[in-house]
Design a protein around this ligand. Structure first.
Ligand code: FMN
Length: 386
């Protein structure tokens, strides 16, 4: 079972393998969007609608996928984005994501809701990690986490701002996948039908000292993920004043994730951030959200080159990455593509996902007559409607 990812040819195949291995509640938690999954589907459709205009008779025999992001050269323009409680997909899944990213030469972003300590991820990535945070109503809790990350040596902080309230993920409630987890009869049947996951993930945790806890929440809040309801760190009161406060506290790279308009991107630049992630949270929050790739050109036009522009939500193919760079992104982030790999085969599955995306980027570059991402720009994009 652990090697089935070898028979996967693309991210979609990894998704199919992950669906087989994981209990329904766990799979839906990573795979679905929110409400009617409209934003989720539109994220994918938006990439499909964009067509490329190749140049022929160009010598593309020497290709180079490397890209500098915030001054660091990566093997390709991709970052693994923050995804909470990935440890339920695979035993020590967050470490697996981090190690696969590091082996592939790209950064890994640790979520606030991680169950692996910042220090362990920092060691596993040899420092090539970013950290994501939300803000608790009492800001001092978040500042404590941020201070801990700074002391460890983390150099890139990402503030997620698109989750003012908990999204309406009805499927999670239906599956009994709620905070805290309750073992409903339906969930018990679901889990028993997946003995490999039960023994290989939950069994190992129980053997190892218990159900994972939020490892980086402030003292007194690091509850078990199955414990009492946790006060999640997404305050509805977050404003630009919070961005200013973080800017003052954080001397290194500061990114705001979850913007979706040129006006907000301009404001972010005025407030001194170093980078922006255009994101609709993979379609998991506002079901009527537009696709980030569709607002990318106007946001790029509104920003100076000082601000690094990242985009996520809907990347499933290397050609999607080429499209995002052509429309003005400096790099992309992936959430589900890496999680499908993790759910299918742990660290090897994540490595497989990254390798597939890399091969597809390389092949797409060759087929459109470009040798590197430096040669990728809007001339590659066909007029809408073609
Ligand atoms: C299971 C799961 C958990 C997530 N948890 C977080 C999180 O804790 N913080 C955050 O900023 N984004 C979170 N996200 C959103 C991702 O960082 C990213 O924006 C999104 O997955 C990108 O879309 P994609 O999945 O189509 O690549 C999560 C996404 C998934 C699928």
């Amino acid at each position: 079972m652990a090697n089935t990812h070898r028979h996967a040819y693309n991210i979609h195949d990894l998704r199919t393998l992950a669906r087989r291995r994981l209990p329904r509640g766990v799979f839906d938690f990573i795979d679905r969007g929110t409400e009617d999954d409209v934003a989720l589907a539109n994220n994918l459709d938006s990439y499909r609608r964009i067509k490329l205009r190749p140049s022929q008779l160009v010598d593309v025999s020497k290709r180079d996928l490397r890209r500098a992001v915030f001054g660091n050269t990566q093997s390709m323009p991709l970052i693994i984005g923050p995804t909470g409680i990935a440890d339920i997909l695979w035993y020590q899944g967050e470490l697996a994501l981090a190690m696969a990213a590091t082996r592939a030469g790209v950064p890994f972003t640790l979520s606030t809701s991680a169950t692996t300590p910042i220090e362990a991820i920092f060691d596993a990535t040899q420092g090539a990690m970013w950290i994501q945070t939300y803000l608790w109503e009492e800001r001092r809790h978040s500042y404590a986490v941020i201070e801990r990350a700074r002391a460890v040596g983390v150099k890139t902080l990402m503030l997620t701002v698109d989750t003012a309230v908990m999204p309406n993920r009805e499927f999670n409630a239906r599956n009994g996948f709620v905070n805290p987890f309750r073992l409903t009869p339906r969930m018990t049947c679901d889990v028993l039908r997946h003995p490999g996951w039960l023994a290989g993930v939950m069994g190992r945790y129980l053997f190892d000292g218990g159900i994972p806890r939020y490892a980086n929440y402030p003292q007194g809040m690091n509850a078990r993920i199955t414990g009492a309801p946790v006060r999640l760190a997404n305050a509805a009161s977050v404003t630009w004043a919070d961005v200013d406060a973080l800017r003052e506290r954080w001397p290194h790279t500061l990114i705001v994730k979850g913007l979706m308009s040129a006006a907000d991107a301009e404001a972010a630049e005025r407030h001194g951030v170093d980078g922006i992630v255009l994101s609709n949270h993979g379609g998991r929050n506002l079901d009527s959200a537009m696709a980030p790739i569709d607002v990318l050109p106007e946001v790029r036009a509104a920003l100076s080159k000082r601000v690094t522009l990242l985009v996520d939500s809907g990347i499933r193919r290397g050609s999607d990455v080429v499209k995002a760079i052509a429309l003005g992104a400096d790099a992309v982030m992936v959430g589900k593509a890496a999680l499908y790999g993790l759910g299918a085969g742990g660290e090897a599955g994540v490595s497989r996902a990254l390798e597939m995306l890399r091969d597809e980027m390389d092949r797409t570059l060759a087929l459109v007559g470009r040798c590197s991402f430096n040669e990728v720009d809007a001339t590659l994009i066909a007029r809408p409607g073609l």
